[in-house]
Design a binder for this molecule. Structure first.
Ligand code: ATP
Length: 466
């Protein structure tokens, strides 16, 4: 049974060091969270799995890491200056500011149990609020020298289209993948890491010839749903696809399908997969009148480049179409934690909390636990095993002797460690010869089954199962 409330996850994340409120000792900064020792491992593992699947295991993908600060004209011609807005309303009574289309996510500042509009407060008409953060660039404060913090990583890919094409000699279709921070001045950041002001995105811009776009779009939707299920452990029956209606489509999109997940707060977007047509490459190109662009873009006097592809067989330049799968790392983490969180009642009536994470995602892969911490031979062997494992591939291994073995198991269950290794008297050959010298007990997190494994086999044994 996955987590039923957000509070279960918030409490586990804080207690065990996955996620903390940002700037907590100063009362926090709304919409920011810090990933702690276990959170950073989980996040890195998620990003690594995504990169492996979308870059290394394909023949048609390149990677990129573009800067967060970009020339401000990027955001003019991407359309964000004009259209990256949410409807903002004010309450004249409690002075709260709310996103008009998400009143159900917000609480009245005077009556915390009521949503805005349900109380006596008088609401203003909605007005457009641009969600991009601005920052000053350079030492001289001047109204012209500002930049935006990027609200999506995608534009870094579009403006580098030519650079990547020229330096790699790619042929269409091919994609560029990027993982990085994005910033949105959300009116109502809420629901833990679901809606925050600083987050990470895992995005692909996949370039293809017009006419190939629709099939490629469908293939990405299917592939990415499978990835969330097979690699990240989400249940297929908690995922749905939402066909974004035409009146809700972003200005660049011909079709967008959202991969929705049933979070404890309800069914919400986890990843959006959009057909951005030739809008972005077209709008960032100079001399657009010489190009055949299907999307409606504004004339661009600032760009120095034509973002086109020379189609040799047909001897013409085309502006490629783009399919964009865009997933949030932080929402991915929330979905994975929701799914993995399990409370089980044991035979002895006790409850255990287990994070049933896929082993590849687990922050700690192995915990080495000495049965007796004042037995030098056991401690020395346990530490030797830890060293052996941490130098075998990328196995994050911990040593813990700070409690009895039962308690240590519970601690590791709660953070999702798939394997606990116990070093006991048999391991060091203290008992009469029983054939168990140089073997250890490996305990499996989900089944709690234990088996005896030779120390020399441990690296292969663990790596095979991860
Ligand atoms: P929403 O409708 O929930 O605001 P969106 O449609 O604006 O999301 P996109 O612009 O499609 O989101 O961004 C792609 C992905 O980035 C989303 O699917 C989500 O996973 C993530 N994302 C977007 N905004 C936020 C945010 N404020 N906090 C955390 N993740 C976000």
């Amino acid at each position: 049974m996955p987590a039923e409330t957000l509070e279960q996850l918030v409490s586990l994340c804080k207690r065990r060091g996955f996620i903390f409120q940002g700037s907590e000792i100063y009362g926090g900064l709304q919409g920011t969270f810090d990933f702690g020792p276990l959170g950073v491992e989980l996040k890195n593992n998620l990003k690594r799995l995504w990169w492996k699947h979308n870059v290394y295991e394909r023949d048609d993908m390149e990677g990129l890491d573009a800067s967060i600060l970009m020339n401000r004209y990027v955001w003019r011609y991407s359309g964000h200056e004009e259209t990256f807005v949410d409807p903002l309303i004010d309450c004249k009574t409690c002075k709260g500011r709310f996103r008009a289309d998400r009143l159900k996510d917000a609480a009245c500042l005077k009556h915390s149990k009521l949503h805005p509009g349900e109380c006596e407060g008088e609401l203003t008409e909605p007005r457009a609020f641009n969600m991009m953060f601005k920052t000053q660039v350079g030492p001289i404060p001047d109204p012209e020298s500002f930049a935006y913090l990027r609200p999506e990583t995608a534009q870094g890919i579009f403006v580098n289209f030519k650079n990547v094409l020229d330096s790699t000699n790619r042929k269409l279709p091919f994609g560029i993948a990027q993982i990085g921070k994005a910033f949105r001045n959300e009116i109502t950041p809420r629901n833990f890491v679901f809606r925050v002001r600083e987050f990470e995105q895992m995005e692909i811009e996949y370039f293809c010839k017009p006419g190939e776009d629709e099939d490629i779009h469908s293939a990405f939707i299917e592939d990415h749903v499978d990835w969330w299920v097979n690699e990240c452990g989400l249940s297929r029956d908690r995922i749905t696809l939402y066909e974004v209606p035409s009146n809700e489509l972003a200005h660049y999109s011909k079709r967008t399908v959202d991969i929705m997940y049933r979070f404890p707060i309800g069914e919400e977007e986890l990843e959006g997969i959009a057909n951005r047509t030739d809008y972005d490459l077209g709008s960032h190109s100079r001399d657009q009148e010489k190009l055949s662009i299907t999307a409606k873009v504004s004339p661009n006097p600032h760009s120095t480049e034509r973002l086109t592809y020379f189609d040799q067989p047909n001897n013409w330049h085309i502006v490629p179409y783009v399919i964009e799968p865009s997933a949030g790392v932080d929402r991915g983490i929330l979905a994975i934690l929701t799914e993995a969180y399990t409370e089980e009642t044991l035979d002895n009536g006790e409850t255990r909390v287990v994070l049933k994470l896929k082993p590849a995602l687990a922050p700690i892969k192995v915990a080495v636990l000495p049965l007796k911490k004042n037995e030098p031979a056991i401690v020395e062997t346990a530490k030797r095993i830890k060293k052996l494992l941490q130098s075998s591939g990328e196995l994050r291994t911990v040593y813990d002797d700070t409690a009895g073995i039962g308690k240590l198991y519970r601690r590791q269950d709660e953070i999702g460690t798939p394997f606990c290794i116990t070093v006991d008297f048999d391991t060091i050959g203290r008992e009469e010869e029983n054939g168990l010298k140089d073997t250890v007990t490996v305990r499996h997190r989900d089944s709690m089954q234990q088996e005896r494994v030779a120390i020399s086999d441990l690296p292969a044994y663990i790596n095979d199962r991860i």
